[in-house]
Write a new protein. Sequence first.
Length: 198
Amino acid sequence: MNYLFVDKNPLMIEAWKIAFDSFKNVQILEGDITTIKCDALVSPANSFGFMDGGVDYAISVRLGWDFHRRLQKEIQALPEGELLVGKSLTLKTGDAHIPYLISAPTMRVPMSFNIATSVNAYLAMKAALIAAKNHPSINSIGIPGFCTGVGRMSPSVSANQMLQAFCEIELGQKTTINNFVDAQKAHFKINPQGKIYD
C-alpha cells in the first residue's frame, strides 16, 4: 500500500515528517489533497456525512455535491443511523483520478470541544487503513491531517495518533492489553493531553 499524506498546513507537514520519516511507502506533500491521483481519498468528516467545511468542502467541490448526498443516504441506511468514529464507509466516486472515497469520521458532529484531547485521529486512521487494506482495488490512499481543523488538535498529537494506528494496521504492531492499567497507559500514550479522570 502506498500512502500520500497531503495537507495545506505546514505544521502538519512537519509533524508527519518527524513521525513517518522512516517509511518508504509514505509520501508527504504540502498542498490541496483533491489534486492528487490515488485509488482512494479519505474524508475525515463526521458521523452524519456533512461535507461542507474544511477539507471536506474541497472534496465535495471536486466530486460534486450529489456525492455528498449519496454518502448521507448510505449513512442513514446503517443500523446505527450514523457512521461511528472508528468505523468507515467506502464508496465509488466515478472520478477517474480518485475512484474511491473512504469516509472515516474524526468527530460525531462538527465541533471543537474535547476533540483536541480525544483519540479520534487514531480511531479514524485505523478505520481508514483497515478499509483500504481490505479493498482489492485500493493500492494507494490519500490522507489529510486528522482533527487539526475544526477539531483544533495539535498537528504533533494528530501525527502521533496517526502513526500509532499506522503501526498497528500497516505493520501489525498491535498493543497487547491485559488489564485496566495497560488500557490506561495505552490510551494516555495515544494522547497525553487527554485526561484519564476528571
